[in-house]
Design a protein around this ligand. Sequence first.
Ligand SMILES: *Cc1c(COP(=O)(O)O)cnc(C)c1O
Length: 375
Amino acid sequence: MERIYLSPPDVGERERELLLDAFDSGWIAPLGPHVDEFEREFAARLGLSDAVALASGTAGLHLALLVLGIGPGDDVVLPSLTFAATANAVRYVGARPCFVDSTPVSWNIDPDLVAEELDERARSGRPARAVIAVDLYGQCANYDRLEALCAEHGIPLIADAAESLGATYRDKPAGSFGTVAVFSFNGNKIMTTSGGGMLVSNDSRLTARARHLATQAREPALHYEHRDVGYNYRLSNLLAALGRAQLESLDHKIARRRTIHERYREAFSDLDDVAFMPIDPNGTPNWWLTVLTIDEATGIRPDDLCRSLDAADIEARPAWKPMHLQPAFRDFPMRDGRIAEAVFRTGVCLPSGSNLTDSDQDRVIDVVRAALQAR
Ligand SMILES: *Cc1c(COP(=O)(O)O)cnc(C)c1O
């Protein structure tokens, strides 16, 4: 029996075909025709005017903060319950992360707490300069409220949509909310370029600026002229070819992950100690990862279940450890934290890859059931 992974790349003949096309065309370079086409197809799919293909989602978050002028000493409001990359980017520009707890409605940043945070900071004479929302595990944050709050305070909203490509909120696609949004094509995401990312916006001045900074800030002069400090953040033509093939089958991948999610729900429906990440009825996730929670009264912690699964050669992971509990970010402000901490104490991400077979999923289900019934 082969090891079952959490969310491995799902690639096939079409990926091979386009990758070889890029190879044979001689564009073994950062940039090239596949990058241009990938950006065009990606923006079109989201109904946005522009997309900038990048080396990673983290680079996208860094650039988003830079093009919005966020810098040293600025306060940026973001959820504590996220992957470290969101908070790291805030530190790259020298800004201060101000962490906020999640809502039990979706585990995303709680708009009521964001309202409190923005009001208090404004009253204190040190207003927040931006908000970053994260679409956790493929489910959109409450953009109705977050867009209104940011407009009220006159600050930009960045959407970290690294995990949510293909999800919707009130029938609008993830990535179409806020001032700038960022996607990731890391190997474990719903589609992958092995490593890569995309920055999107409807503000062409912002995307042009991001493209410029991502290309070493080279001015259009024959000699090498630089007015700004730049970065080497662009996606290679080879990887963009992979991305184009992956985008073609995105809807299939979403449908497959949804089926996997529904099969888990069905399989554990008789277990009173098990629940799932709550789904906000205003949106439809892309079902990137199925996250279940184990009632604390069972005494079974996420690490225990992950170890039982690992012993059966199955990869599972606890939910993200909140940033305010991380040594790297412990000294920054945190508003509440009870929901994020409860998710961390109870949540387990189960294998959810779009290439997971039914029989492999049955193996996962059997081990989870045995672990929960053995206590
Ligand atoms: C994966 C991820 C990122 C980082 O993307 P990379 O492409 O790996 O740099 C950022 N934020 C969240 C929420 C993520 O899950």
